[in-house]
Design a binder for this molecule. Structure first.
Ligand SMILES: NC(=O)c1ccc[n+]([C@@H]2O[C@H](COP(=O)([O-])OP(=O)(O)OC[C@H]3O[C@@H](n4cnc5c(N)ncnc54)[C@H](OP(=O)(O)O)[C@@H]3O)[C@@H](O)[C@H]2O)c1
Length: 275
């Protein structure tokens, strides 16, 4: 590890709590690999301190920040400019501090699409069924629509799916109870709910109605391979895990802060997953 100079570039992740974040390990690996005079720090910032600390970090010379729960929406009010993609998603996960102010971006959708492509899955192969209607569903759906892919939302609480479809026209809505039976109509299934995550309930779905062309993506990354992905693989379907989305979404921020486009490779998966 290289020692920092007085002009080292600084970035970090703000959240509350932030101790669970894998981003310091991820960006720290890239900083080491590229022998960059810089550091990436976990920064616990509570909701009451956000409005004071973000401009203060910009003034102290930080190049930018990642933003995680619970600040992804509230931080938008502190931005001088918001990228149109982030505005459409309604959340910011990456800040870049420039001479002319604080710029807000959302890289989750980019990370999702880059991860599909890295697994050989064409995001524009056909209609997508998105399970869930929370913040991650919104980023995934907007990114798929940008690829020209029609999206359908299917969510336990149907009014949330209806609201999301209205916010991202022309989104469709499928009642939650048809999530298994309707699969034959889709080229891509994406789980954006928290179901299947460690300490959460499993996702109850059958893939029997799928055609052989269905690709199945799960953005849950703990465990690395969810039951949904195991079932998809057993049926011979393409299966895309969630950790890659997390790794790929970090690329644009690192490039903006440290000036190098980093690689997502097997070693990074091993390091970030703790394996
Ligand atoms: N791989 C990545 O880079 C990445 C990035 C972001 C998020 N994620 C993961 O994505 C997941 C969702 O994150 P989020 O920020 O979108 O969360 P969120 O805004 O809280 O949304 C949670 C979604 O899960 C659904 N849900 C929760 N419990 C359920 C249950 N028992 N049965 C059916 N549906 C249920 C909710 O449905 P209701 O509307 O009915 O409550 C909602 O649609 C998390 O596991 C998170 O770790 C991964």
């Amino acid at each position: 590890m290289r020692l920092l100079s007085g002009s080292a570039r600084l970035a970090g992740v703000i959240g509350w709590p932030v101790s669970h974040s894998r981003s310091p390990r991820l960006h720290g690996t890239w900083l080491n690999r590229h022998d960059i005079d810089g550091a990436y720090l976990p920064l616990p910032v509570g909701p009451a301190d956000l409005a004071q600390l973000v401009p203060a970090l910009a003034k102290t010379g930080f190049a930018g920040l990642n933003v995680t729960i619970p600040h992804k929406i509230s931080v938008m009010a502190l931005c001088d400019r918001i990228d149109p993609g982030a505005a459409r998603i309604g959340a910011v996960n990456t800040l870049v501090f420039t001479e002319t102010g604080i710029e807000g971006f959302n890289t989750d959708g980019y990370g999702f699409i880059a991860n599909l492509r890295a697994h050989g899955v064409n995001p524009a192969a056909g209609p997508a069924l998105i399970l869930g209607a929370g913040g991650a569903a919104r980023a995934v759906a907007a990114a798929l629509q940008d690829e020209g892919t029609p999206v359908t939302f299917c969510n336990r609480t149907e009014r949330n799916a209806i609201a999301l479809a209205a916010a991202l026209p022309p989104g469709n809505v499928l009642p939650w109870e048809y999530r298994s039976a309707a699969l034959g109509d889709y080229a891509l299934l994406v789980n954006t709910t928290s179901l299947g995550m460690v300490h959460h309930e499993p996702l109850d779905i059958s893939l029997e109605a799928a055609t052989a062309a269905l690709a199945v993506a799960d953005i849950v990354y703990a465990p690395l391979e969810t039951e949904l992905l195991k079932t998809a693989r057993a049926l011979g379907l393409a299966a895309v895990e969630g950790l890659g989305m997390l790794l790929h979404q970090a690329v644009p921020g690192f490039k903006a802060w440290f000036g190098v486009t980093p690689e997502v490779d097997d070693e990074l998966y091993r390091i970030v997953s703790g394996g």
